[in-house]
Design a protein around this ligand. Structure first.
Ligand code: FMN
Length: 201
């Protein structure tokens, strides 16, 4: 099979394999997901931490062809080419203001990110994969989802399903179809602050 070797996913320090097992494939099976699996994904997301326990995330999802088609239409063409097949598509939103007092919640994107990661890790526990996407029309997303820009940030689209065979993908996507690597540990955490000495990455 073409692509980079899987050993790029060997952790430098021993960690739970759930972190290296999660990755973002593009080859999916179109088989529908049972309701209990879909519910488990959102349940995992529900338990994410958030500032003041605000839980500012909202997942807007579709499983049926007509509704899924509406979400697919929001994606850029390169994402449509593989994500249209996925049995579960969704967008993750972050509510901009705290419910109490209407103050801006600048932590909402951070919290929505936590919820997405919980969902992605739970997906692996269920034998599924979740693949996030920023490649979509923001304007169209607001229209199709029917939410106001004043109230919500639309953070990402997410495709979920069982993994399919990479050979089904068009060549340009197939050659990217393998787990990728990470920056070295020294580039993601430092105790050398103030950071003027931090190497440029
Ligand atoms: C917010 C976000 C946006 C992304 N946008 C896209 C996208 O539009 N299309 C795509 O194919 N992958 C997209 N990805 C997947 C990333 O390329 C991928 O997560 C990254 O290369 C790390 O690889 P991994 O998820 O396989 O570990 C996105 C991921 C995130 C978290």
């Amino acid at each position: 099979m073409a692509g980079k070797p899987l050993n790029e996913r060997i952790a430098e320090v021993e960690v739970d394999s759930m972190f290296t097992d999660r990755w973002s494939p593009r080859a999916f099976l179109s088989d529908p997901l049972p309701a209990h699996q879909i519910n488990a994904l959102f349940e995992a997301a529900r338990w994410a931490p958030s500032c003041f326990n605000e839980q500012p995330w909202l997942f807007v999802y579709a499983t049926e062809p007509e509704q899924r088609g509406k979400l697919v239409s929001v994606l850029v063409e390169k994402n449509q080419r593989w994500a249209a097949k996925c049995p579960l598509l969704m967008f993750v939103l972050a509510r901009r203001q705290f419910k109490e007092g209407g103050r801006e919640n600048r932590h909402a994107p951070f919290d929505a990110g936590s919820a997405w990661m919980s969902l992605a890790l739970q997906a692996r526990r269920l034998g599924l994969y979740a693949h996030a996407m920023a490649g979509f029309s923001l304007k169209k997303a607001y229209e199709v989802l029917g939410v106001s820009e004043e109230d919500y940030l639309i953070m990402a689209a997410i495709a979920v399903g069982r993994k399919g065979d990479a050979d089904q993908l068009p060549e340009d996507l197939r050659i990217m179809e393998s787990p990728n690597a990470r920056k070295p540990p020294a580039e993601v955490a430092t105790d050398k602050f103030p950071l003027a000495q931090m190497p440029k990455v």
